[in-house]
Write a protein of this length. Sequence first.
Length: 175
Amino acid sequence: MSRVPMGRTRIMSPERVQRTLRRLAYETIEHNRGAGSLELFGIQQSGVPLAHAVAEEINAAEGTDLQVHDLDVTPFRDDRPDLEPPTPPPHERTVTDRDVILVDDVVFTGRTARAALDAVLQYGRPQSIQLVVLIDRGHREYPIQPDCTGRRLQTKHEEEVVVETDGEFAVYVDD
């Protein structure tokens, strides 16, 4: 087991994160009655590798070949008014009439999820948009609620939840 730096507490081991991602994949399948209409978007940065892990679990369970689209929400954030929304990059498919699954590591204030809604709508009008997160730490500023949550974690506002996605997944809280 690797050493954890001072001021950092490990909340979820790599094994626990993997089990949780598997559960999130199955919840997503159940909620959507299969995977046939799904489009997965990983919210950059940490949501992308988690979305790939969820897609692998869905593909294994359903015999599908879901692809993950990277979603850069930076130009859509309300704390960056100086940035203009980019021209949407071409995708093989539109999201119109599809069930969009947004995957992220942590939901906190809801600002990133709100920006992700704006970003994904540039690709069409989906049937539904769902939010899947590994960690829900509360402290919302917007009325955003995940559809599937790996773990709810009570934190102080000033603490930081860190999801390691390089190599093995793990979750830490930094004081």
